[in-house]
Design a protein around this ligand. Structure first.
Ligand code: PLP
Length: 386
């Protein structure tokens, strides 16, 4: 469809053509296994080295501290389960927040079944956890704290640097994991400066293909592989490397970070433009902090008297793609824990949609989407029973 307006970029993004072309070239020409000793293998290995260096430069870390996985979910799982199991003798306590992605929360639940003790911290009405509350929760036997950089449903930003500082003040041995799947590519994130020991990112959220994730592991962190095997990637993550995905993730990241500040300014302007028009519609509420207090790309709207699913499909008929609550689980409809955690009234829990932007969106698209909302909401409300 020509006039499709894709506003579901927190679910996934369209691949940059440059990244797709690179994938195609590597798969069809430079298809060697990096473990092979011949030229094709060396060529593939070089691609991995280059990809790691590009990503390391962006994060201002050493490339030897970077590992590739299959997705953000795997990075989160490897970071949390891998560290919990490797550090069990030092303690059994983990800390996280109630608004983490299921990749984190489900890993925490699985670890509870293995005997670990997990503290789930609440957030305020804007979806932000208090750094002091994190520090207070950290104990002598805390081995890891996991706090997301940017929330995928409402775009709340956590004070990561402050949290990192306070964790280390309280217990220097406690590891700090940050799920930056929604933040990487939208913000400058420096693990060393922010006292982050483990950082997760995902390719398909930054215009690279699906099937590639990244994990930063600081020096000295004890971590056990969750996928043992042939010993690739220093034994931490076995499996023949997805060389094309790695190279494409690095290229997409570079394309974003080469002019991140301008793009972020433009995204905030688009976000404000959409919010301004949405707020002019009666009974529409914006979740989370205003302006730069939230992520540049996520807009969460609660719409009185209209079910999210109905609005989503009505928008879809106009070529506008959004999601209901969190797209990661939109095919398993449930009431969002994040929306509950920020105190969203019961009647709005299934009346909340998420629009998420990317650098590919334009002002025209935003205006067209806002016009569709303005037209559809009063119309659909008439047919909703109260
Ligand atoms: N963490 C967050 C905050 C996310 O938004 C997502 C996906 O939406 C993930 C983790 C999982 O990433 P992936 O889809 O690459 O497994």
């Amino acid at each position: 469809m020509n006039n499709e307006i894709y506003l579901d970029n927190s679910a996934t993004t369209k691949c940059f053509p440059e990244a797709a072309e690179l994938v195609c070239r590597i798969l069809t020409e430079e298809y060697g296994n990096p473990s092979s000793m011949h030229h094709k293998g060396v060529e593939a290995e070089r691609r991995i080295t280059e990809a790691k260096q590009i990503l390391a430069d962006i994060l201002k870390v050493n490339s030897k501290n970077l590992y590739f996985t299959s997705c953000g979910t795997e990075s989160d799982h490897l970071a949390i389960a891998g560290c919990a199991r490797a550090n069990r003798r030092a303690g059994q306590h983990l800390v996280t927040t109630v608004i983490e992605h299921p990749a984190v929360l489900e890993t925490m639940h699985a670890l509870e079944e293995e005997g670990f003790d997990v503290t789930y911290l609440p957030v305020d009405g804007d979806g932000v956890v208090s750094p002091e509350a994190v520090a207070e929760a950290v104990r002598e036997d805390t081995i890891l704290v996991s706090v997301m950089h940017t929330n995928n449903e409402i775009g709340s930003l956590q004070p990561i640097a402050e949290i990192g500082r306070l964790i280390k003040e309280k217990n220097p041995k406690a590891l700090f994991h940050v799920d930056a799947v929604q933040g990487f590519g939208k913000a400058q994130i420096y693990p060393k400066r922010m006292k982050i020991d483990l950082l997760s990112a995902s390719g398909h959220k930054i215009h690279a293909p699906k099937g590639i994730g990244l994990l930063y592991v600081a020096d000295g962190v004890k971590i056990r592989p969750t996928l043992p095997g042939g010993g690739q990637q220093s034994g931490l993550r076995s499996g023949t490397e997805n060389v094309a995905g790695m190279a494409a993730m690095a290229l997409s990241a570079k394309m974003l970070y080469d002019h991140l500040d301008e793009d972020v300014d433009r995204l905030y302007a688009l976000r404000e433009r959409l919010i301004g028009q949405a707020q002019a519609i009666e009974g529409v509420h914006v979740n989370g902090k205003e302006g730069r207090g939230s992520a540049p790309h996520v807009i969460s709207l609660s719409v009185e008297g209209v079910r999210a699913e109905v609005l989503l499909h009505a928008l879809e008929e106009r070529g506008v793609y959004v999601s209901a609550g969190s797209a990661c689980s939109s095919n398993r409809p449930h009431l969002s824990e994040t929306l509950k955690a920020i105190g969203t009234p019961k009647e709005l829990l299934d009346a909340t949609i998420r629009l998420s932007l990317s650098v590919m969106n334009t002002e025209e698209e935003i205006d067209a989407a806002a016009a569709a909302l303005a037209e559809l909401i009063p119309f659909l409300r008439k047919y909703t029973r109260h």
